[in-house]
Design a protein around this ligand. Structure first.
Ligand code: UDP
Length: 161
Protein backbone atom coordinates (compact mmCIF):
# COMPACT_ATOMS: atom_id res chain seq x y z
CA UNK A 1 0.00 0.00 0.00
CA UNK A 2 1.50 3.26 -1.12
CA UNK A 3 1.79 6.01 1.44
CA UNK A 4 2.09 8.77 -1.16
CA UNK A 5 -0.28 7.99 -4.02
CA UNK A 6 0.80 10.77 -6.34
CA UNK A 7 -0.31 8.51 -9.21
CA UNK A 8 -3.96 9.37 -8.56
CA UNK A 9 -4.90 12.07 -11.12
CA UNK A 10 -5.67 15.48 -9.72
CA UNK A 11 -4.82 14.97 -6.07
CA UNK A 12 -1.91 17.40 -6.24
CA UNK A 13 -4.10 20.33 -7.27
CA UNK A 14 -3.42 23.35 -5.08
CA UNK A 15 -5.24 26.55 -4.21
CA UNK A 16 -4.62 29.74 -2.28
CA UNK A 17 -6.92 30.40 0.66
CA UNK A 18 -6.50 33.54 2.74
CA UNK A 19 -8.20 34.62 5.93
CA UNK A 20 -8.72 38.34 5.41
CA UNK A 21 -8.08 41.01 8.08
CA UNK A 22 -11.65 40.86 9.42
CA UNK A 23 -11.34 37.10 9.84
CA UNK A 24 -8.03 37.41 11.69
CA UNK A 25 -9.40 40.18 13.93
CA UNK A 26 -12.46 38.06 14.72
CA UNK A 27 -10.32 35.01 15.63
CA UNK A 28 -11.77 32.93 12.82
CA UNK A 29 -8.42 31.57 11.57
CA UNK A 30 -8.75 28.30 13.48
CA UNK A 31 -12.27 27.74 12.25
CA UNK A 32 -11.25 28.21 8.61
CA UNK A 33 -8.29 25.84 8.99
CA UNK A 34 -10.48 23.28 10.74
CA UNK A 35 -12.94 23.17 7.86
CA UNK A 36 -10.23 22.44 5.30
CA UNK A 37 -8.54 19.85 7.51
CA UNK A 38 -11.77 18.02 8.24
CA UNK A 39 -12.73 17.97 4.58
CA UNK A 40 -9.53 16.02 3.96
CA UNK A 41 -7.31 18.59 2.27
CA UNK A 42 -3.61 18.82 3.01
CA UNK A 43 -2.00 22.03 4.23
CA UNK A 44 1.23 22.67 2.32
CA UNK A 45 1.91 26.33 3.16
CA UNK A 46 0.79 28.90 5.72
CA UNK A 47 1.89 32.31 7.00
CA UNK A 48 0.61 35.38 8.81
CA UNK A 49 1.58 38.59 7.07
CA UNK A 50 0.74 42.22 6.68
CA UNK A 51 -0.03 42.52 2.97
CA UNK A 52 1.26 45.63 1.21
CA UNK A 53 -0.37 47.47 -1.66
CA UNK A 54 2.06 45.94 -4.15
CA UNK A 55 1.00 42.35 -3.58
CA UNK A 56 -2.68 43.34 -3.43
CA UNK A 57 -2.45 45.34 -6.67
CA UNK A 58 -1.20 42.14 -8.33
CA UNK A 59 -3.67 39.92 -6.57
CA UNK A 60 -6.69 42.08 -7.44
CA UNK A 61 -5.37 43.29 -10.81
CA UNK A 62 -8.59 42.35 -12.62
CA UNK A 63 -10.67 44.48 -10.23
CA UNK A 64 -8.53 47.64 -10.48
CA UNK A 65 -11.20 49.67 -12.28
CA UNK A 66 -14.10 48.64 -10.03
CA UNK A 67 -15.62 51.37 -7.85
CA UNK A 68 -15.02 49.30 -4.71
CA UNK A 69 -11.31 48.77 -5.47
CA UNK A 70 -9.87 51.55 -3.21
CA UNK A 71 -12.00 50.38 -0.29
CA UNK A 72 -10.98 46.77 -0.98
CA UNK A 73 -7.27 47.66 -0.80
CA UNK A 74 -7.87 49.70 2.37
CA UNK A 75 -9.66 46.73 3.95
CA UNK A 76 -7.05 44.21 2.89
CA UNK A 77 -4.20 46.33 4.31
CA UNK A 78 -6.04 47.13 7.56
CA UNK A 79 -4.39 44.24 9.43
CA UNK A 80 -2.68 40.90 8.94
CA UNK A 81 -3.95 38.13 6.70
CA UNK A 82 -3.28 34.41 6.98
CA UNK A 83 -2.33 32.99 3.60
CA UNK A 84 -2.51 29.24 3.09
CA UNK A 85 -1.97 26.73 0.33
CA UNK A 86 -4.24 23.67 0.43
CA UNK A 87 -3.79 20.60 -1.73
CA UNK A 88 -6.09 17.79 -2.84
CA UNK A 89 -8.47 16.48 -5.45
CA UNK A 90 -10.58 19.26 -7.02
CA UNK A 91 -9.45 21.64 -4.25
CA UNK A 92 -10.05 24.84 -6.28
CA UNK A 93 -13.69 24.08 -6.98
CA UNK A 94 -14.42 22.53 -3.60
CA UNK A 95 -12.83 25.49 -1.78
CA UNK A 96 -15.04 27.93 -3.63
CA UNK A 97 -18.07 25.88 -2.57
CA UNK A 98 -16.85 25.85 1.05
CA UNK A 99 -16.22 29.61 1.00
CA UNK A 100 -19.60 30.49 -0.52
CA UNK A 101 -20.88 33.33 -2.66
CA UNK A 102 -18.76 36.52 -2.93
CA UNK A 103 -21.74 38.47 -1.64
CA UNK A 104 -22.14 37.31 1.95
CA UNK A 105 -25.84 38.12 1.79
CA UNK A 106 -26.20 35.41 -0.88
CA UNK A 107 -23.81 32.90 0.71
CA UNK A 108 -25.53 29.73 1.89
CA UNK A 109 -25.49 28.77 5.56
CA UNK A 110 -22.84 26.12 6.04
CA UNK A 111 -20.34 28.01 3.91
CA UNK A 112 -17.64 30.11 5.58
CA UNK A 113 -19.08 33.38 4.33
CA UNK A 114 -22.64 32.17 4.94
CA UNK A 115 -21.82 31.34 8.55
CA UNK A 116 -19.56 34.24 9.50
CA UNK A 117 -20.39 37.31 7.43
CA UNK A 118 -23.22 39.55 6.32
CA UNK A 119 -21.79 41.98 3.76
CA UNK A 120 -19.60 41.66 0.65
CA UNK A 121 -17.14 44.24 1.96
CA UNK A 122 -16.18 42.06 4.97
CA UNK A 123 -16.40 38.52 3.66
CA UNK A 124 -13.71 36.89 5.84
CA UNK A 125 -11.90 34.72 3.35
CA UNK A 126 -10.41 34.43 -0.13
CA UNK A 127 -10.10 31.33 -2.31
CA UNK A 128 -8.73 31.17 -5.86
CA UNK A 129 -11.43 30.85 -8.51
CA UNK A 130 -9.65 28.68 -11.12
CA UNK A 131 -6.68 26.35 -11.33
CA UNK A 132 -4.79 28.92 -13.41
CA UNK A 133 -5.50 31.75 -10.94
CA UNK A 134 -4.53 29.46 -8.07
CA UNK A 135 -1.13 28.87 -9.62
CA UNK A 136 -0.64 32.57 -10.19
CA UNK A 137 -1.76 33.49 -6.66
CA UNK A 138 0.36 30.80 -4.98
CA UNK A 139 3.42 32.11 -6.85
CA UNK A 140 2.53 35.65 -5.80
CA UNK A 141 2.02 34.95 -2.09
CA UNK A 142 4.57 32.18 -1.50
CA UNK A 143 8.17 31.49 -2.33
CA UNK A 144 8.58 27.87 -3.45
CA UNK A 145 10.78 27.24 -0.39
CA UNK A 146 7.80 28.07 1.85
CA UNK A 147 5.73 25.19 0.46
CA UNK A 148 6.21 21.79 2.05
CA UNK A 149 5.82 18.47 0.25
CA UNK A 150 4.81 15.89 2.79
CA UNK A 151 2.98 12.58 2.78
CA UNK A 152 -0.31 12.08 4.59
CA UNK A 153 -0.03 8.83 6.54
CA UNK A 154 -3.73 8.04 6.18
CA UNK A 155 -4.44 8.73 2.51
CA UNK A 156 -6.56 5.57 2.31
CA UNK A 157 -9.25 7.40 4.29
CA UNK A 158 -9.34 10.16 1.71
CA UNK A 159 -8.77 8.41 -1.61
CA UNK A 160 -9.24 4.93 -3.06
CA UNK A 161 -5.65 3.79 -3.44
N1 UDP B 1 -15.78 43.08 -3.20
C1 UDP B 1 -16.38 44.19 -2.62
N2 UDP B 1 -17.52 44.67 -3.21
C2 UDP B 1 -18.09 44.11 -4.30
C3 UDP B 1 -17.47 42.98 -4.87
C4 UDP B 1 -16.32 42.50 -4.30
O1 UDP B 1 -15.90 44.72 -1.63
O2 UDP B 1 -19.14 44.60 -4.77
C5 UDP B 1 -14.56 42.53 -2.58
C6 UDP B 1 -14.82 41.29 -1.73
O3 UDP B 1 -13.94 41.34 -0.60
C7 UDP B 1 -14.43 40.16 -2.68
C8 UDP B 1 -13.25 40.80 -3.38
O4 UDP B 1 -13.64 42.15 -3.60
O5 UDP B 1 -14.12 38.98 -1.97
C9 UDP B 1 -12.86 40.17 -4.68
O6 UDP B 1 -13.97 40.12 -5.52
P1 UDP B 1 -14.23 38.87 -6.45
O7 UDP B 1 -15.34 39.22 -7.40
O8 UDP B 1 -12.93 38.40 -7.03
O9 UDP B 1 -14.82 37.78 -5.44
P2 UDP B 1 -14.22 36.50 -4.70
O10 UDP B 1 -13.37 35.77 -5.70
O11 UDP B 1 -13.44 36.99 -3.51
O12 UDP B 1 -15.43 35.70 -4.27
Amino acid sequence: LSCCPSGIPGIQERTLVAVKPDGVQRRLVGDVIKRFERRGFKLVGMKLLQANEGILAEHYHELRRKPFYPALIHYMTSGPVVAMVWEGYNVVRTSRAMVGDTDSAEAKPGTIRGDFSIHVSRNVVHASDSVEMAQREINLWFHSSELVDWDCCDYSNTYQL
